[in-house]
Design a protein around this ligand. Sequence first.
Ligand SMILES: Cc1cc2nc3c(=O)[nH]c(=O)nc-3n(C[C@H](O)[C@H](O)[C@H](O)COP(=O)(O)OP(=O)(O)OC[C@H]3O[C@@H](n4cnc5c(N)ncnc54)[C@H](O)[C@@H]3O)c2cc1C
Length: 297
Amino acid sequence: MAVSALISRELPSITLEEPFSFARHTTIGCGGEARLSAMPKDESELVTLLQICNGYGIPYLFLGVGANVLPRDEPYSGVVVRFSRMKELKKMGDFIYAGAGVTAGALCRFARNEGLGGLEFLTGIPASVGGAVAMNAGVNGRHISDCVSEVVGVTRDFRIKAFSLSECNFSEKRSVFLEGIAVTGAIFRLERRERREIEARTAYYAARRAHLPKGRSMGCVFVNPEGKSAGALIDGCGLKGLSVGGAYVSQRHANFIINSGATAGEISTLIGLVKNRVFERTGVLLREEIRRLPPST
Ligand SMILES: Cc1cc2nc3c(=O)[nH]c(=O)nc-3n(C[C@H](O)[C@H](O)[C@H](O)COP(=O)(O)OP(=O)(O)OC[C@H]3O[C@@H](n4cnc5c(N)ncnc54)[C@H](O)[C@@H]3O)c2cc1C
């Protein structure tokens, strides 16, 4: 029986997309196809979906809006689990609950309309709440972990669990949720602020992003090493404009790789070249921020 038939027999109301194109659903716009994508409507559908996959030995992975991932060119025989139907947004005093599929933009607008400040730094970052929490997204020394009060998720043994801030293990572009735990929603602790003030901060953060490169990318490829800028290191090695096939290091921001018709393999080769040259010339080993999907086994 086809995987989609197996899943929809148990979960008649789940949304499926078959096949699923990584190129169409990622900002970098490359990669092969997955057998199937499944979009559960809530935690309980997600638990059943993961149990079915586990029971039949079908691999799965999680995807947000695909803004920080490099897919592979090869077909993926598993299920891409997406959270785009988990879009609940609700205010609870000075807290907001947002489902994993809410976009960062929608979350910021909702908070602004409710007169709650603290999330303005997320303005313009392409992200879902699930992806932003998993990646501990942020800018300018501010991270989403600064505002998280609790995260709701599904554990590797398929339990729905509320994670306290300390259980999230947040660090620079990392969290426990990158280890096979699904984020289904998060509660943010915010501050009551004048709407005018929130709007001014939103405009400030939006303006700071005007210089970012245009074109298909994954945002920053490498994490900034302690006390250093990855972009400045790459630039200092003269690597702006370096290209492999249709992928090149941006002239505007050396930590961005732009895809103008490259395969995932070419992008991966370019990342390797940049890493090696920076290491040879500076002794600094850059750590990748982007996530490979599926992860290497
Ligand atoms: C132009 C551009 C600018 C950017 N600027 C910034 C910036 O200023 N600051 C910044 O931090 N980032 C930036 N990024 C990177 C990206 O926006 C963030 O990392 C964002 O948090 C990714 O969210 P996403 O929903 O796209 O996650 P995805 O890219 O889809 O996934 C990222 C990782 O999270 C996992 N994941 C996704 N959803 C879930 C979930 N629900 N549960 C568990 N795991 C999940 C995926 O498996 C993957 O490992 C930029 C990207 C682009 C393209």
